[in-house]
Design a protein around this ligand. Structure first.
Ligand code: SME
Length: 151
């Protein structure tokens, strides 16, 4: 499904105040994983800036052992520090990478900002090599902006 059609569905999920924040975040994971064939694991991590750790939030996909990630470690931990999108076309070429599944070929992580502060991120794993483009980055930035409105 094109991003153009997914955006209003993201907005509908976000604005459903009958659901808890975690339920809405899980629905967004479900929406993305089910409508974008190269999105195979979709989840949120949230930062504790005092402990300098990320904690796994709602996600869809294979369970992961990496429920706590120190800032600086792996792709996610690097984004917690850099405040920038991280697109990884080939995870095998990354030194500072935490493998969750041997099927994963590529990853994209986009930070979530609240009042200018990097408070977490959306993390997508793909079983397809080099699948992410600028359009994914712009779409996921849109998702993160919408998510930050309910945090
Ligand atoms: N690959 C990530 C770890 C999280 S899993 O993808 C769910 C990383 O290197 O930070």
């Amino acid at each position: 499904m094109p991003f153009r059609l997914l955006k209003p569905q993201v907005e509908t999920i976000i604005s459903d105040t009958t659901k808890s924040v975690d339920e809405r975040l899980l629905s967004i994971c479900q929406l993305l994983e089910s409508h974008l064939e190269y999105y195979n694991w979709v989840g949120f991590y949230f930062a504790n800036s005092d402990k300098k750790e990320l904690y796994l939030g709602p996600y869809i996909g294979e369970p992961t052992d990496h429920t706590v990630i120190p800032f600086g470690k792996g792709i996610c931990g690097q984004v917690a520090v850099s405040n920038e999108n991280f697109v990884v076309p080939d995870v095998a070429a990354q030194d500072n990478y935490i493998a969750c599944s041997i099927t994963v070929k590529a990853e994209i992580v986009v930070p979530i900002f609240k009042d200018g502060k990097n408070i977490g991120q959306i993390d997508i794993d793909s079983n397809t090599p080099d699948p992410f483009t600028d359009k994914d980055e712009r779409f996921l930035e849109f998702v993160c902006t919408k998510v930050s409105e309910i945090l």
